[in-house]
Design a protein around this ligand. Structure first.
Ligand code: PFF
Length: 477
């Protein structure tokens, strides 16, 4: 059976942007920004996207295109190691974990999209969300969202994913621009924009080490990194073209949609004097939904807004389902139809557990996803840097222009050493912060180390140990 491939270059780019643009941009990004000092967060986030996100994306692309396999097959074929093959299975788990919670939120969005026509949630948005967010209703809408996702994936790479995302992405951008243009005409809109975009350097200085892990987590989630999605999408590339150019375009487009989302959300909230609103899973469905209730033509705005979020969520959820589907098709020779049908059964159960219990949902959507994406990306980076080594450089250079040719070797050092150290460090210190673990200051031989330095030292030690363990003769590192 010949393996599927994208029909056009733009089809691949739009599918990858479709995976990237989702709830991470429209919901998580504006609120992360507002909770972390507005534009100060934006600056750190942009830095992380450029210095960590793009090189990370390229690592997944290189592994995917070189192997033309799903994550499990890619790691085992390219390394011939049963350990890497075993590690590859983590990505199948990640796909399952991601879609289980994402499709619950997708179900909420589907419901709010439908209810916007009648304004069903207008009277009391807070109570409405509490009543419908977990329970049998939530299970029903989750199954509906899952069903639509499965229909797209069932039709395959070209006729399903490529065709759907080619229609969805322009629609998302056009509708968001229209919403932003309308929102900016509201009284008080300028205040909202200022809140979102005006930098507070003092805040940045004082809180840099708290902001950094949040920005890193957001960059990974929004670029769909560490799950094997981008690897899988790159494995469907038929011909050689510049991965550096495509990866940069994808990151830039994704960031623009995130900023555009902020320019839609904050003017609407500030126009009503409700400020940035509450964070958490309900933010979109309580603060913003409440704003629609109070606005002229609120139903129309609600339909358009939740329509955009629905399209964005779908173009991401199909990429999540494609990870385990490609695994079953590649590794077990199962037909796409049977793979999708079987997985539908799995997700019906795992998603329903999240839809029934807020506690489970919170753990799955928060720390579990963070852990899997960070660990997954570190794995890909070390694989590209230390297992592929010179082969990774060669792959990155294939079909690339002169700029990409010259950055290939520095890129290998970044993905092999610098970025894994950074990711492990930010993850450990973020985790310690979340758990309220305060370390240090520690005194050693009369020298006092603060918490940050202790974490940094531990990270470097762990990283060095793993690098030594991974050393291969082909590696240039
Ligand atoms: N990037 C998506 C978003 O911002 O909503 C989420 C996502 C999709 C994460 C696919 C990981 C993934 F593999």
């Amino acid at each position: 059976m010949t393996r599927e491939s994208w029909q056009t270059r733009i089809g691949f780019i739009l599918a990858a942007v479709g995976s990237a643009v989702g709830l991470g941009n429209l919901w998580r990004f504006p609120w992360m920004t507002s909770e972390n000092g507005g534009a100060a967060f934006l600056l750190v986030y942009l830095g992380v996207v450029l210095l960590v996100g793009v090189p990370g994306l390229l690592a997944e692309f290189v592994i995917g295109r070189r192997s033309r396999r799903n994550p499990v097959g890619a790691l085992s074929d390219l390394s011939n190691s049963k350990y890497w093959s075993a590690f590859g299975h983590v990505f199948v788990v990640t796909g399952v974990v991601l879609l289980s919670f994402y499709s619950v939120v997708g179900g909420w969005i589907l419901r709010y999209f439908a209810e916007s026509f009648t304004g069903a949630y207008f009277a009391n948005p807070g109570a409405h969300f509490d009543a419908v967010s977990y329970g049998l209703d939530a299970v029903g809408f989750h199954l509906l969202f899952l069903g639509v996702t499965a229909l797209v994936v069932l039709r395959g790479v070209r006729r399903g994913i490529e065709k759907a995302t080619k229609l969805m992405m322009p629609a998302i951008v056009a509708l968001l621009v229209a919403l932003a243009a309308w929102g900016l005409t509201l009284d008080g809109a300028a205040e909202g924009v200022a809140f979102f975009l005006s930098p507070d350097v003092g805040f940045l200085r004082a809180n840099f080490f708290d902001i950094l892990p949040q920005a890193a987590g957001q960059a990974l989630f929004t670029l769909s990194l560490g799950a094997g999605t981008m690897l899988t999408y790159a494995s469907y590339l038929g011909e050689d073209r510049s991965l550096v150019a495509d990866g940069t375009a994808i990151a830039v487009l994704n960031t623009l949609v995130g900023v555009l989302a902020g320019v839609v959300v904050f003017p609407i909230l500030f126009a009503l004097g409700s400020g940035a609103g509450a964070g958490g899973p309900g933010a979109l469905f309580v603060s913003l939904a409440g704003a629609f209730a109070a606005l002229p033509y609120g139903e129309v705005v609600g339909v358009v807004f939740f329509g955009v979020v629905l399209l964005a969520a779908l173009s991401s959820s199909i990429s999540m389902l494609e990870i385990p589907v490609s695994f079953l098709v590649d590794e077990y020779g199962v037909s796409r139809r049977r793979a999708v049908a079987g997985l539908l059964g799995v997700f019906a159960v795992t998603g329903s557990v999240c839809a029934l219990d807020a506690g489970v949902f919170g753990v799955v959507a928060g720390p579990l996803v963070d852990l899997l994406l960070t660990g997954g990306l570190v794995g890909f980076l070390l694989f590209a840097g230390w297992v592929l080594g010179t082969a990774a450089v060669e792959e990155l250079r294939r079909g690339a222009g002169s700029f990409a040719q010259s950055v290939a070797t520095p890129w290998l050092y970044a993905v092999g050493v610098v970025i894994p150290v950074f990711l492990i460090f930010t993850f450990v210190s973020g985790l310690a912060g979340a758990l309220g673990v305060a370390v240090g200051p520690l005194s050693l031989l009369g020298v006092t180390f603060d918490q940050t330095r202790v974490f940094l030292a531990v990270t470097v030690a762990v990283a060095v140990a793993s690098f030594l363990g991974l050393r291969r003769s082909r590696s240039v590192l």
